[in-house]
Design a protein around this ligand. Structure first.
Ligand code: MN
Length: 729
């Protein structure tokens, strides 16, 4: 029954997918897409989305989104296969074998890293974003598929638990929407933002919905009448443009009202009219006509045609007052600009059959390279950098020559100088904003003319404090690059001094040998040589305050290791455990641990040794270490009487060496006897001895010496077994 429904779902998806492909009129590698569909369908069979639907619906919908973006056959295949390696038994090698290395590479870029050792959820998330960015530099299609994947997950987020909804929505608005923005894919960016904000601030969104729905009819009439008037006027100039009216996106309104704190009526561009024409000249001509027809609001005109946004967006924007006194925004652009605005980097595939201008693409992705560098070189938090660096709000400033630079809101003089050129930043000694001297921390405002004052002195370079003044990772990476290159020797000396100071500040005192050990650990941790480590600390590539927790951890390990060496008699497990099985000098519940040198078991005669800081370690009375230690006057006083309590509840680990004439099924017979006695086996190994006999080493759980005796007796009765011995005796 279940299978029949699955088959129906599968067939319907299959038909829809191929109809959609056909409708585009483009040529696809249908054979490969078919193959990918079936592979995914088989692999995901039986898996369900949280919504209860068959899982295959998700990859197919991701494929739909990519078809709409105009992406190629490989992308469609990868969309179908993107969760196969992560969520099913299928391996990347199998995918490579069946679909080739291009598709395997893309799938790998999309497969999350799991089980990263010693990392929090936050760190895992950052590592995964980092992985996607790195894969994206290799092939930008990775991020396009990732965005489509996220978009479908956001469209179906209502099925997830509320806490998951928040985490996903937050990550979407902080990481994926800015990336979509930076790649110029406005359709995806806006939908991601609108979907996210509904989960992050549902009350505000309901307010906006209500306010908009009240005006719905009014809106439509206003937009229609404006469109009609513009068309009529333009016709007299023999221009037949395409005009569309729209209401600003939910998140667009939300940011203006709830983030910038404006009242609903103050939001100018709730209504927007978009005019699309054939040539640049028409854009400027129409712009003149619009300003003639309506009253422009001062300071609201932006020419993104002569100065495109960093994501290549081009258009003329102006806000004007309509007849009724209602302000609206007019966007004027050519068709080419329009496609770029809607599809951004995906337009390369939708309209140009893939990427041709490699250099241009490289340039468009340089931001990703800088993000990765900032994370790897200086441990900057990638999520935070994305939030600040790729923020959709930009400001435009002018050089004295009239060139325009676009920077994120909040950028300082340092950012501006490095945005012009590294050489300008490195030689900067001061700056003027609109003719007045300003400090380097000065936050640049939109439309200002900024002049950077430089020196000719060759030895001049940036100041390390600039690293904290700069807002963009571009400026920071350029500053770090200078320190890295120009000042290596000084950096090494400075780094050494800084580290020493920081250690003292944290009460970490080391002798020479310990210091060397600690440094070795740090070098390993950051995979650098000793001098590179100092140099990195010196130029700020490694920030001491940030790595101090790691240093402390290494220091603690070092101390612990040294301490164990002092307490010679015990080769003990490092994890002390509280146990109620032993009373120390008549007192129960003391912190004790079983020493590993003799591994005492209930029933054995035992004695305790008071360790430094790890409680009492328990040895067998006849343990060789005890005998040695007792004769040492310094340690003799630390031995103490201990006893097993009457009720021993736990199971103890015990290792046995079983020597036998080697034969088939020996291993099996041993396991059979043990499992027959319900003895848990924790580890079992076997190897051949030089004389041809076999040794089987097995670690089992036992209740006490009586229990053990019984086990040894049974094992020694096995055919061909020569001896059974408890180790550590
Ligand atoms: Mn997915």
């Amino acid at each position: 029954m279940e299978d029949k429904t699955y088959l129906e779902v599968e067939q319907k998806l299959y038909r829809d997918l191929f109809r959609k492909l056909k409708d585009t009129g483009k040529i696809y590698n249908t054979k490969k897409i078919k193959q990918a569909f079936h592979r995914a369908s088989v692999a995901h069979q039986g898996q369900k989305r949280v919504s209860g639907e068959p899982y295959i619906i998700h990859p197919v919908n991701v494929a739909y989104i990519l078809i709409n973006l105009g992406m190629d056959s490989a992308c469609i295949c990868v969309a179908l296969l993107h969760d196969v390696v992560e969520d099913t038994e299928v391996t990347l090698e199998q995918i490579r074998g069946e679909f080739g290395s291009e598709i395997a590479m893309l799938v790998n870029g999309l497969t999350k890293l799991t089980n990263l050792p010693m990392s929090s959820k936050e760190e895992q998330r950052s590592e995964n974003i980092l992985k996607v960015l790195m894969a994206m530099i290799q092939d930008v299609r990775v991020i396009l598929i990732k965005l489509a994947d996220r978009l479908h997950n956001m469209r179906t987020l209502q099925f997830k638990a509320p806490d998951k909804q928040r985490i996903t929505a937050l990550e979407t608005i902080e990481v994926y929407a800015p990336i979509a923005n930076r790649l110029g894919i406005m359709t995806v960016k806006e939908e991601l933002e609108d979907l996210s904000i509904r989960y992050l601030d549902p009350i505000a969104c309901r307010e906006i919905d209500e306010a908009l729905s009240l005006k719905k009819n009014e809106q439509r009439t206003i937009i229609e009448s404006i469109k009609a008037r513009i068309l009529e006027r333009l016709r007299t100039y023999q221009i037949e443009p395409h005009i569309e009216g729209r209401v600003k996106s939910l998140y667009g309104i939300y940011s203006k009202v709830y983030k910038d704190g404006r009242s609903f009526d103050e939001v100018y561009d709730i209504y927007a009219v978009r005019i699309i024409v054939d040539t640049d000249i028409d854009c400027y001509n129409i712009f003149g006509v619009i300003h003639d027809m309506f009253t422009p609001i001062p300071g609201r005109f932006k020419d993104y045609i002569s100065t495109p946004k960093p994501n290549s967006y081009q258009s003329l924007h102006t806000t004007v007052l309509g007849k009724e006194g209602i302000p609206f925004e007019v966007q004027i652009r050519t068709w080419d600009m329009h496609y770029m605005a809607e599809y951004g980097i995906a337009a390369h595939w939708k309209y140009k059959e893939g990427v041709h201008g490699k250099d241009k693409l490289e340039e468009q992705l340089s931001w990703a390279r800088q993000l990765i560098e900032a994370q790897q070189d200086a441990g900057e938090d990638i999520t935070h950098t994305i939030k600040t660096d790729l923020m959709p709000d930009d400001i435009y400033v002018f050089t004295p020559k009239g060139d325009v630079k676009c920077l994120p809101v909040g950028s300082t003089i340092v950012d501006f100088a490095y945005a012009i050129h590294s050489a300008v930043g490195n030689k900067m000694i001061g700056a003027k904003a609109d003719g007045k001297i300003v400090s380097l921390e000065y936050k640049i405002k939109n439309g200002q003319k900024i002049e950077i004052l430089t020196t000719k002195s060759i030895s001049h370079g940036p100041n390390k404090e600039w690293l904290s003044i700069a807002k963009t990772s571009e400026a920071r990476s350029k500053i770090r690059a200078w320190f890295k290159k120009e000042r290596r020797e000084e950096n090494i000396v400075e780094g050494k001094i800084e580290l020493e100071k920081e250690l003292r500040k944290n009460y970490i005192h080391l002798d020479d040998e310990q210091r060397q050990q600690l440094i070795e650990r740090l070098c390993k941790r950051y995979s650098r040589t000793e001098n590179d480590l100092y140099a990195a600390i010196g130029y700020g590539g490694i920030v001491l305050a940030k790595i101090m927790p790691n240093i402390k951890e290494d220091y603690a390990k070092l101390i612990k290791e040294n301490e164990i060496e002092i307490d010679k008699p015990e080769l003990v497990t490092t994890k002390p455990k509280l146990t109620g099985d032993i009373s120390v000098d008549g007192i129960e519940g003391c912190q004790v641990k079983m020493s590993q040198c003799c591994n005492p078991l209930p029933g054995d005669e035992i004695i305790g040794f008071i360790t430094r800081g790890h409680g009492v370690s328990i040895h067998k009375k006849d343990c060789i270490n005890v005998i040695h230690s007792m004769s040492d006057p310094e340690q003799a006083g630390r031995w103490i009487r201990v006893n097993w309590t009457s009720s021993v509840a736990k199971s103890y680990n015990c290792t046995l060496d079983i020597i036998a004439h080697n034969r088939d099924a020996l291993f099996a017979d041993i396991s059979l006897i043990l499992s027959g006695m319900r003895v848990p086996i924790y580890e079992i190994n076997a190897r051949q001895l030089k004389n041809g006999n076999a040794i089987v080493i097995v670690t089992i759980g036992i209740q006490g010496t009586e229990h053990l005796k019984n086990i040894i007796y049974r094992l020694s009765k096995i055919n061909s077994v020569i001896s059974v011995e408890r180790t550590g005796k």
